[in-house]
Design a protein around this ligand. Structure first.
Ligand code: NAD
Length: 428
């Protein structure tokens, strides 16, 4: 079947994380890479030279509007995390399917515009939230849908990535206006929350936000927000989820799900037994029958499927393969493709934004709207509250509920010097 289909023509925006799509498109029977767009001319020139060396002849653009005139089927957005929605709306309105890196939107006004652009255009939108495609998470989703742990009651998710060592690359030499320096503490929440939404299919209805303090390490990186944040999320079945993410010293990629028949979770890296792909479970086939040992299953294993070998060559424990394989299949019409649509993308992101609003109000519990319902959209159509001055205008809010600290000039100077010394490196 794969052999008989036409290749999707894919264009990528952003030459950092966008490389994962460029790599994926090399040699697959689903798609071909045809164009790359980036406003950073120096980086784009280097990318072009690399591609030419590999014998890959593509079109290059520095202006998104020009790029949108190229003959393509799919626009894949890996530009700044704060600017996905406006570019997605333009691409959808120009007749392209859209894949979006994290996050889907920056403000509620953008989220409303994005949802309505998807509905208006009739084009397909996939959120590339790759934590949902980690092999362990995919296995837990499969088992959850079979009813293995019954009704969801409680869960936890963690994504902590201490990026201090690569901050020069990640912020293009310590740009004070880079989104990574301007983000509030609960901003980058979809890796910790995404698996909850994709595994259970539930929707967040309220959130309490709790922020950890700013610390010297953050200040020395030029980050205005705190080191990590918690979102305590209530779901539409009454269940509760605790999400933790940020820059705590040790890395963490971990998700746990409790149901009324037991618990399933992924394994922490530290256990060194198959990395985060290992699935652990403690499950009762018949709830309440505690005495029969055959009723009780306690085990752990590394899930394997027909793509496991192929996926190993891709990033994030193979998750980058499954993310793109499913997104491409969806566009090609495969009804079994597991994708994250625009509504679930918003459900994965909204709790982080509302957790920040909550923290600014003394960690008050705040109701979360459901943008599937057109009647709930009007209240947010002009809501641009965020920590990015360019976007927020007079709706600007601080990055932290304790207020923002000034970053000393020597921090920016140090990153700039490092950036020059390293020859303007890219993130990947
Ligand atoms: N899912 C993951 O595991 C993962 C990992 C890393 C990054 N990301 C996401 O990927 C995106 C890119 O991150 P990054 O690490 O590459 O860093 P980045 O955000 O600094 O880089 C984005 C690139 O896009 C370019 N760009 C910005 N605006 C543009 C525009 N209007 N038109 C064309 N190009 C534009 C920039 O010049 C830069 O090269 C972010 O949204 C980030 O959240 C996801």
């Amino acid at each position: 079947m794969e052999n008989e289909r036409k290749l999707l023509k894919v264009g990528v925006v952003g030459i950092g994380r966008g490389r994962s799509v460029m790599r994926y498109a090399n040699g697959t029977k689903q798609c071909e890479l045809v164009a790359i767009c980036d406003i950073w001319e120096e980086g784009l020139e280097r990318m072009k030279a690399d591609m030419e060396k590999q014998g890959r002849h593509l079109a290059y653009y520095t202006k998104f509007e020009e790029f949108l005139k190229h003959d393509m089927d799919v626009v894949c957005l890996a530009n700044y995390a704060t600017e996905h929605a406006p570019l997605a709306v333009q691409a959808l309105d120009a007749g392209f399917h859209v894949f979006s890196e994290c996050l889907p939107a920056q403000t509620m006004a953008e989220a409303v515009a994005l949802v309505e652009a998807v509905e208006r255009s009739g084009k397909k939108y996939c959120f590339l939230e790759n934590a949902c495609y980690m092999p362990g998470v995919l296995e837990i989703k499969r088992l959850f849908e079979e009813g293995t742990i019954g009704e969801f009651e409680y869960g936890e998710g963690e994504y902590c990535h201490n990026c201090e060592g690569i901050w020069t690359e990640l912020t293009h030499g310590g740009d004070p206006n880079h989104w990574r320096n301007q983000m509030y503490t609960s901003f980058y929440c979809t890796h910790s929350i995404g698996p909850l939404i994709s595994v259970t299919g539930l929707r967040p209805t309220s959130v309490v936000g709790v922020q950890l303090p700013n610390i010297d390490r953050m200040r020395n990186m030029g980050r205005k927000g705190g080191v990590a944040a918690l979102e305590i999320i209530r779901l539409n079945n009454g269940g509760v989820y605790k999400s933790l993410h940020g820059e705590l010293y040790s890395h963490s990629l971990w998700w746990s799900f409790y149901g009324n028949k037991g618990r399933m979770e992924t394994c922490r890296e530290d256990v060194q037994m198959g990395d985060t792909n290992r699935v652990c479970m403690d499950v009762f086939k018949v709830p309440g029958d505690y005495d029969d040992p055959t009723n009780h299953v306690t085990m752990s294993y590394i899930p394997v499927d027909k793509y496991s070998k192929r996926a190993k060559a891709f990033g994030h424990s193979g998750a980058d393969f499954y993310t793109l394989w499913n997104a491409m299949e969806y566009i090609l019409g495969n009804e079994d493709a597991k994708i994250i649509d625009v509504y679930q993308a918003i459900d994965m992101w909204i709790p982080g934004l509302f957790a920040h609003f909550s923290a600014l109000e003394g960690s008050k519990e705040l109701a979360i709207p459901d943008l599937r319902d057109p009647a709930q959209r009007d209240a947010y159509r002009n809501d641009n509250r965020c920590t990015n001055p360019e976007k927020a205008g007079d709706q600007l809010i601080p990055c932290h509920h304790w207020g923002e600290e000034d970053i000393p000039q020597e921090v920016w100077d140090r990153f700039k010097e490092d950036w020059e010394k390293k020859g303007h490196p890219n993130t990947v």
